[in-house]
Design a protein around this ligand. Structure first.
Ligand code: SF4
Length: 356
C-alpha cells in the first residue's frame, strides 16, 4: 500500500504522516486526531500482507482494480475518510489483548498459530483469525460496525462474515496441529461478535452457518455482480498480466493494464462503494476518462444479486475481518484463469475477454 502521506481534510494539500502532531489548522488545534493518524500510519507501515498483489480475504470481497491501484500507485488519502476503519482496527487490538489467553488463542498471544496457511478454491492462502478457543471448539471474529448498519443485524451473520470465518474453518481443517489438537471442522462453532459501535445496543453474538467451499466461492460480496470466485480469477489474471509485462513501473503501462480490469466496485454497497469507500477512486476515474470503460467482462454481470444480498450487503464495515494472503502459484493462476476466462459473448459463465 504505497500511501505516501495524508491529504489535509481542510486545505486538501498533501502532507506528511506526522503532520497532525504540529498542525494548527483549527484555531490552533489539529485538523485530525494525532493519535489516530499515528495509529493509521503504523498500520500502513506494518501491513506487509497488503503491500503486494497477493490475494487476501478482504480482497476476495473487494474490487480488484482498487487493489491493483492501491499497490502500484503512490497516493495520498484524507485520514478522515478512513477514521471509521481505524476505530475498528484499534478495537481489534484491544479485544485481542483482553481475550483470556488461558482459554483463547489470539493474534496477541499466539500470532504464529493464528496464521493459517491453506487453500481455498485451489488458491494457496494464509489467514489470521481474531480468536480461537484453545479446546478448538469455536472460531470467533470481531466486528465493529457503525450505527447505520447495526439496524440490519440479526442472530445470523451476514454472508460476507460467514464466508470469512468459513475460510478459517476450512483452512484450519488443513492444519496438522489443529487436527492433532482435536479440531473438528464439522462441529466447530463459528461466532461473529457484532459490537454495534455508536449505537445504544450491546454486542451481539451472531451465528455463522457452515458453508462449503462452493458456497463461499459463489457468494457475491457487497451486492457485487461478481462472485468471490470471479473476483479471485480477475485478481489472479491481473497479477498474471502484470508479471507478463515484466512488473512495469512505468505509469503508462500500469494504466493500460488497470484500464482492462473490470469496475467490480461500481455496484457494491448500493452504488456507494466507489464514491465513499475507495481510496483510489480519483485515479480509477482518471483512467476511465483516458482509456474508456473496460470492454472486458468477467462472470455473470447480467445477473442481479439476490434480495438477501441487497438487504445485508449495503452495509460497510470498519472491520475487514480475518485477513488472508496468498502468493498465487502458477498452478493456482492457471486453475483460476484457465477455468474462468472466456471470450466475451461466448456461451456459458463465467466469461472474460481482456482484449479491447
Ligand atoms: S472507483 Fe470503484 S471501480 Fe474504481 S477502483 Fe475504486 S472501487 Fe473499483
Amino acid at each position: 500500500m504505497p500511501i505516501k502521506g495524508w491529504k489535509c481534510p481542510i486545505e486538501r494539500t498533501q502532507v506528511p504522516f506526522d503532520h497532525f502532531e504540529t498542525c494548527k489548522a483549527r484555531k490552533g488545534r489539529a485538523a485530525f486526531p494525532p493519535w489516530m493518524a499515528r495509529h493509521a500510519h503504523l498500520k500502513i507501515e506494518n501491513d506487509v500482507r497488503h503491500s503486494t498483489l497477493d490475494v487476501t480475504a478482504t480482497r476476495t470481497m473487494n474490487c480488484p482494480r482498487q487493489t491493483f491501484i492501491e499497490v502500484l500507485w503512490d497516493y495520498y488519502i484524507d485520514p478522515s475518510k478512513i477514521a471509521a476503519r481505524e476505530r475498528g482496527t484499534a478495537l481489534h487490538s484491544v479485544a485481542a489483548e483482553h481475550t483470556d489467553p488461558k482459554l483463547w488463542y489470539t493474534e496477541a498471544n499466539d500470532p504464529v498459530r493464528m496464521t493459517i496457511n491453506g487453500e481455498i478454491g485451489g488458491v494457496p492462502l494464509s489467514m489470521a483469525c481474531d480468536a480461537m478457543k484453545r479446546d478448538m471448539t469455536e472460531i470467533v471474529d470481531y466486528k465493529f460496525p457503525s450505527d447505520f448498519s447495526v439496524r440490519f443485524r440479526g442472530p445470523k451473520a451476514k454472508k460476507e462474515y460467514a464466508c470469512q470465518v468459513n475460510m478459517a474453518r476450512l483452512m484450519l481443517g488443513q492444519q496438522e496441529w489443529a487436527l492433532q489438537a482435536g479440531y473438528d471442522p464439522e462441529t466447530v462453532l463459528l461466532t461473529i461478535w457484532d459490537h454495534a459501535c455508536g449505537k445504544q445496543e450491546g454486542p451481539l453474538a451472531q451465528e455463522a452457518p457452515h458453508m462449503t467451499e462452493e458456497e463461499i466461492l459463489a457468494t457475491r460480496p457487497g451486492g457485487s455482480n461478481h462472485t468471490i470466485e470471479e473476483i479471485i480469477s480477475i485478481h489472479l489474471w491481473m497479477v498474471q498480466e502484470y508479471e507478463k509485462n515484466g512488473a512495469p513501473t512505468d505509469i503508462g503501462k500500469l494504466e493500460e493494464i488497470a484500464a482492462q480490469i473490470p469496475l467490480v466496485g461500481e455496484p457494491m454497497f448500493r452504488g456507494d462503494k466507489c464514491r465513499m469507500y475507495c481510496d483510489v477512486s480519483e485515479i480509477c476515474f482518471g483512467i476511465v476518462r483516458k482509456y474508456g470503460r473496460p470492454e472486458a467482462t468477467w462472470g455473470t454481470e447480467d445477473e442481479s444479486p439476490s434480495e438477501e444480498q441487497h438487504r445485508t450487503d449495503g452495509r460497510v464495515e470498519e472491520d475487514q475481518g480475518p485477513s488472508v494472503c496468498s502468493t498465487p502459484t502458477n498452478a493456482g493462476l492457471q486453475k483460476a484463469v484457465g477455468s474462468s476466462v472466456q471470450k466475451e459473448g461466448s456461451s456459458g459463465s463465467p466469461r472474460f475477454s481482456p482484449t479491447k
